[in-house]
Design a binder for this molecule. Sequence first.
Ligand code: PMP
Length: 427
Amino acid sequence: RNREARLNRQPQAPLRQSLKFDQLPEYQRVLTQRKVGEVIGVDNPFYRSHDVAAGATTVMAGRNFANFASYDYLGTNTDPKVTSRAKEAIDRYGISASASRLVAGERPVHTELEATLAEVYGVEAAVCFVSGYLTNVAAISCIVGPQDLVVHDEFIHNSALAGIKQSGATRRLFRHNDVDNLETVLKTLSSEFRRVLVIVEGVYSMDGDIADLPRLLELRSRYGFWLMVDEAHALGVLGKTGRGTFEHFDVDPQEVDIWMGTLSKTTSSCGGYIAGSQALADILKAEAGGFVYSVGLAPVLAAAAKAGLDILRSEPERTEKLHRNGALFLQEARKAGLDTGLSVGFSVVPVLVGDSLRAVQLSNELLEDGVNALPIIHPAVPEGQARLRFFITCNHTDDQIRHAVEATARRLKALQERNFGLASLNM
Ligand code: PMP
């Protein structure tokens, strides 16, 4: 009865803060953004509804578009060799792994996928998680803790930042792709810490440039840190046969302590992985919260990813075509006077346009030309560095690439002239 009385008691003092979500400043920001869009007549470019599978072409509201907004780098998403294996896996194993692999057990597709990933990287073992994002969070927060230091490129993905935050490790960043700056940071800091982890991306997701792996390894041999490379945009993309950054630079993959990647890009599935030593995989399978306490990768997604990796290995011509497409896009964009920033023309080519509003307008206007490319705006990139980001796949045709570049240059020029006209009116 005491407990009941306690529960029925009215709170003594009014709550200090509103518990209603629509009262939060975060929600007011959402409303303001929406309102600004309405007032200036700009549609929200995000969450566009597509009628067909993600790939080099798409259909929206019955109209065809060349699509530069999907990660289907090797065109495996709708390949019958992938979809048939996924269907077989559904027939055999159903949809879900049904619980953590610790509890519900594993299916042969899990071990086959992990063995294939280890083979592709030329390392001892791999372990898969249910998303790429979770892979970074779970792995980083498992292997470093409050006594450790993580030094990372200033442009690493949000998921790695979330992992570092969760780990409680001290965090320092170094200037983008600047190995000298990394050395300066290490010189001043590394001796105080138990372990030092350095995190970079093989191909940077916002800029499309490549980490200087040979120099990072040289630094590693002198400073003795762990090196983790996020290969989300590099697997299937870099190297003659698409093995990624180590093949691009012709270095021994075993030199890198932690390879991380996602199954949602080149392998057109969903999930993520860590590849490296057997001991690392064993530690993660035993201790990473995001593995132990989360459902196992759905067998259908494991089967699809494995089929995607088989295509990567048996059809290197897809990677070769992707290289040609990336180079063509970059060459045409530069010829047209577009600013492609740091991109070296593989999977990701940004076109820098200035402020966020202009990037949104450009993306919306390109729809008129049958081109779907999404803007990246503040806070994902600093204000003033908004861009359209083009994902190149092996299935884009030369015509699609030339047309997309021509339309982007033409529309951007018109927008700049219009904005310049408005600015001079204001003076
Ligand atoms: N790392 C990088 C560099 C990424 O770009 C992404 C996603 N875009 C992720 C990790 C997370 O992968 P996923 O979307 O498969 O969860």
